[in-house]
Design a protein around this ligand. Structure first.
Ligand code: NAG
Ligand code: NAG
Ligand code: NAG
Ligand code: NAG
Ligand code: NAG
Length: 405
């Protein structure tokens, strides 16, 4: 009797241990330092992770536990956010001031979070002191688990493309502009994976493409500017956005606003040679452009100097966004608390109107993404990249009652 009970208990303990060991762990140690980088051809002080700019990409799969020990070797407090990752009941790992204290210079902090209920392309970036303008960002992908079907064939390759506007001024200078009430003004260039494509034609290729399909994960990691992304002679088929599979439409170019990511499939079915990828600023008087080269593995001719044109006007952007849809019948790791397949049938009980605003707090220039009742102070941020909607729903009024002055 006793022996049988013990055996069952041991078996149960083993089972629970197996259950706990099910979700794999990924461990990283990151050393955050200053370093000299020359993305626009002129040396400037950048923020490196393990000596890299942009930082290393994290390749994870849903349910993975991610443990990142971050050593802050800057002379300023530092924090990293995992942009787009849902920290369920775990908001203190989100890396934004207000949910976390910054990592003091010369110390380390270990982030610990699980990627769950979402798949796709994301990025991480610093949230303190306009650090994002100096680097410290990188790609973060969340793959579907092998047993979950993905609604397209495995691509030949899978590349992360981080595009963003870039300033030649240091992050401390940019921060002092905002702190004294000045705006950031115009950026000095646009980067694709830390490069601007100066010296056309002589560039080493950013990526190589085998004949067949290649997946690109495009994120705008910049500070203020919306960018248009396009590839010479190659339409892009959108397959994933904001954590789920998308209805697969083809686009000649994509407007990528700050903080957004898209996953697209590109078929290498053209003459085997080099082609330009292009990222250019939108809604600006003077258009800034970055180019990079992609090379077919089975051929080697120069890219045509003629770059594909960018769309014009904000209406184009709005209309494009209206064509994006999740494919809710494709399987994905999305949360389904009240039947995501039945969104159209859920009755609307409350509508909350959000408004973007710029305002001054004392001498500081601040950006917010909604308006607040005067009794609730808005979560002020010193940089536009850290603006977030408020977290306490009780403090949100249905429409913006008091636009900040
Ligand atoms: C981080 O990098 C700095 C500069 O290269 C070096 O002095 C330091 O020892 C490194 N720290 C860790 C924990 O690797
Ligand atoms: C990312 O992880 C997936 C799943 O483990 C693996 O199949 C793939 O080869 C990895 N990709 C890279 C670039 O490491
Ligand atoms: C700092 O790093 C050490 C060495 O890896 C580790 O033992 C310690 O737990 C880390 N501290 C924090 C707060 O993450
Ligand atoms: C959604 O995904 C499913 C499963 O792959 C596919 O059969 C269906 O055609 C897709 N629907 C649309 C509108 O793309
Ligand atoms: C929505 O409202 C209608 C009409 O009041 C009601 O019949 C229906 O059951 C409601 N649906 C849900 C999901 O609550």
């Amino acid at each position: 009797m006793m022996g049988g009970g013990l055996a069952i208990m041991t078996a149960l303990m083993c089972l629970s241990m197996v259950a706990q060991a099910e979700d794999p762990y990924l461990f990283f140690t990151w050393n955050v330092t200053y370093g000299t980088i020359s993305p626009l051809g002129v040396p400037q002080k950048g923020i490196l992770i393990n000596g890299q700019f942009p930082g290393p990409n994290i390749n994870s799969t849903t349910t993975n536990n991610i443990v990142i020990n971050v050593f802050n070797n800057l002379d300023e407090p530092f924090l990293i956010t995992w942009s787009g990752i849902q920290h369920r009941k775990n908001s203190w790992q989100d890396g934004t001031l207000g949910t976390m204290c910054p990592i003091a210079p010369g110390t380390n902090y270990t982030y610990h979070f699980q990627v769950k209920d979402q798949i796709g392309s994301y990025f991480y970036c610093p949230t303190t002191s306009t650090h994002r303008a100096a680097g410290g960002f990188g790609g973060l992908r969340v793959n579907s688990r092998l047993l979950i079907p993905v609604p397209y064939a495995d691509p030949e390759d899978d590349y992360t493309v981080l595009i963003g506007d870039w300033y030649a001024k240091s992050h401390t200078q940019l921060k002092s502009f905002l702190d004294s009430g000045r705006s950031l003004a115009r950026p000095d260039g646009v980067l694709i994976n830390g490069k601007s494509g100066k010296g056309k034609g002589k560039n080493e290729p950013l990526f190589t493409m085998k004949p067949g399909k290649t997946k690109y994960r495009i994120c705008n990691v910049g500070i203020t500017n919306s960018l248009n992304f396009r590839i010479q002679g190659h339409p892009m088929k959108l397959v994933e956005m904001e954590g789920s599979h998308a209805v697969q439409n083809n686009y000649d170019s994509l407007d990528v606003h700050v903080g957004q990511c898209y996953s697209v499939l590109v078929t290498a079915d053209q003459e085997p040679k080099d082609y330009y990828v292009v990222a250019s600023t939108r809604f600006t008087k003077q258009v800034l452009t970055a180019t990079g080269v992609i090379r077919y593995t089975n051929g080697k001719g120069p890219a045509s100097p003629e770059l594909p044109p960018a769309p014009e006007g904000w209406m184009w952007s709005l209309n494009q966004f209206r064509t994006f849809r999740w494919n809710l019948t494709a399987s994905a790791a999305r949360p389904n608390p009240q039947g995501s397949y039945h969104y159209g049938e859920i009755n609307i009980t409350r509508t909350i109107k959000l408004v973007n605003s710029v305002h001054r707090a004392g001498r500081k220039l601040s950006y917010a993404s909604t308006a607040f009742p005067t009794s609730t102070p808005p979560p002020l941020s010193s940089s536009p990249s850290t603006s977030r909607p408020p977290r306490r729903s009780s403090s949100i009024t249905s429409s913006p009652t008091s636009l900040p002055p």
